[in-house]
Design a protein around this ligand. Structure first.
Ligand code: GDP
Length: 446
């Protein structure tokens, strides 16, 4: 689907010259290609247009990071925007609402989309990962083979299925599943509805009736990720009639490169929760926007390169700071940078949690009140200082202290603690600085 996008882009980018900032013309040329490629990949026109507009706004005038070309930088911006659109505001795509046992999950979609397979995959996941007791039931009264397929799957993965009773309607089966799930103490029951080759009224009405009987916690639409624009139309149709809570894109292991995912997210506004990556029962993954974005672009390496370049810049900043430390200088500006760095790394807790053997300590740190909140308060105190005060904290007398504390909505005692911390760090820096270049600090920063 997206085969040509990376080629197209590299063609354009080869022509772009190295400059200080991305020019309007560079960006426009690159984006024209992005737009054509998206359209060719079956992304709908309004989605492609909005997408390109968003990238253009972000890219124009952005300073070019050292050691990469403007073209590479555009790729990174395109990648980030793809990721942004794909992710929406969904925090945990892989989590399903399965509280209030027995929680009904309604599986809907066209025939052949991978609905039954996905029902099995999800049941397995809920059982193994979430420790849920799951009951599966097939409502496909038109195809006895489909009922048996689910039963066989259940045996394979060790998940119970509702016994098959001939002659029942879909609603009757749904009611029986609900009853058995309640009596049997199941946490979740999954209803695999009948699919058709195309959406038709009878099918929709049947799914609606089932929905009204069980009042599902999740209604998941299973669509074939290879069908591009068609998948989006199917999703709109189902969402309009039934109301879906999320989407599972199957066959993402195939040749398609995720074009459907982009339109799907942008058009329906529904979260993509999982992707199917094969026929096996464990070939299901939580939807990862950045991975899919990389796939659409087919340029993961460039994105990694740009990230590396940005890291280098941060390393350069650290190097500059180290030089200051070696001279024994450590004022409030330095402290602020340190505190901000810590928040970026996930706060005290995060920093310590990353170090082997320190996980227990990180809890103590939290209990002692040294969490993100404190770091932010300390930064607020520093922000409340004038430039002169930040560079020379020793000039802080009672009246200045009162003003600063008040400005940050804190007490003078809090400010005193911060000042003490800065003095101690400054002393430590001086000592380390005396150990000379290549001393302890350099070692520690490696
Ligand atoms: P249903 O008619 O919607 O219930 O579709 P099925 O679950 O029977 O799946 C139809 C075919 O697609 C089967 O051969 C599945 O093994 C296959 N299938 C389902 N999901 C995936 C997937 O994520 N990747 C691949 N490659 N095949 C899949």
């Amino acid at each position: 689907m997206f085969e040509n996008l990376s080629e197209r882009l590299s063609g354009v980018f080869d022509r772009l010259t190295k400059q200080g900032a991305l020019s309007d013309e560079d960006v426009k040329t690159a984006l024209r290609e992005v737009r054509v490629a998206l359209l060719e990949a079956d992304v709908s026109l309004p989605v492609a247009r909005d997408f390109v507009k968003a990238v253009q706004d972000k890219a124009t005038g952005q300073a070019v990071t050292k050691s990469i070309t403007p073209g590479q930088q555009v790729v990174k911006i395109v990648h980030d925007e793809l990721q942004h659109v794909l992710a929406g505001n969904d925090e945990n795509p892989g989590e399903l609402k399965v509280d209030n046992a027995p929680a009904p999950i309604l599986m809907v979609g066209l025939q052949g989309s991978g609905k039954t397979t996905t029902t099995g995959k999800l049941a397995k996941r809920l059982t193994e990962k979430n420790g849920k007791r799951v009951l599966m039931a097939s409502l496909d009264i038109y195809r006895p083979a489909a009922m048996q397929q689910l039963q066989v799957l259940g045996q394979q993965i060790g998940v119970d299925t509702l016994p098959i009773v001939a002659g029942e309607t879909a609603v009757q089966i749904a009611k029986r599943a609900k009853q058995q799930a309640t009596l049997g103490g199941y946490d979740v029951y999954m209803l695999d509805t009948a699919g058709r080759l195309q959406i038709d009224e009878v099918l929709m009405q049947e799914v609606e009736d089932v929905r009204d009987v069980v009042n599902p916690r999740e209604t998941l639409l299973v669509v074939d990720g290879l069908t591009g624009q068609v998948a989006v139309e199917v999703a709109e149709e189902f969402d309009g009639k039934i109301g879906i809570s999320g989407v599972v894109l199957t066959r993402m292991d195939g040749d398609g490169r995720g074009g459907a995912a982009l339109s799907m997210r942008a058009v329906t506004g529904k979260p993509i929760k999982f992707v199917g990556l094969g026929e096996k029962m464990d070939a299901l993954e939580t939807f990862e926007p950045d991975r899919v974005a990389g796939r659409i672009l087919g340029m993961g390496d460039i994105v990694a390169l740009v990230e590396k370049a940005q890291e280098t810049i941060e390393a350069e900043q650290a190097e500059r700071m180290m030089k200051r430390f070696q001279k024994g200088r450590f004022n409030m500006n330095d402290l602020k940078m340190q505190l901000e760095q810590m928040i970026k790394m996930g706060g005290m807790e995060g920093v310590m949690g990353m170090m082997p053997g320190m996980a227990k300590m990180s809890k103590q740190v939290k209990d002692a009140g040294m969490d993100d909140k404190v770091l932010k308060q300390q930064i607020a105190l520093i922000q409340s200082m004038t430039k002169l005060e930040r560079a020379n904290p020793q000039i802080l007398q009672a009246s200045r202290k009162k003003r600063i504390a008040k400005g940050a909505g804190m007490e003078v005692a809090d400010l005193n603690k911060l000042l003490k911390m800065q003095r101690q760090m400054s002393d430590m820096m001086k000592k380390m600085g005396k150990m000379g270049k290549g001393g302890m600090l350099k070692q520690a920063m490696k």
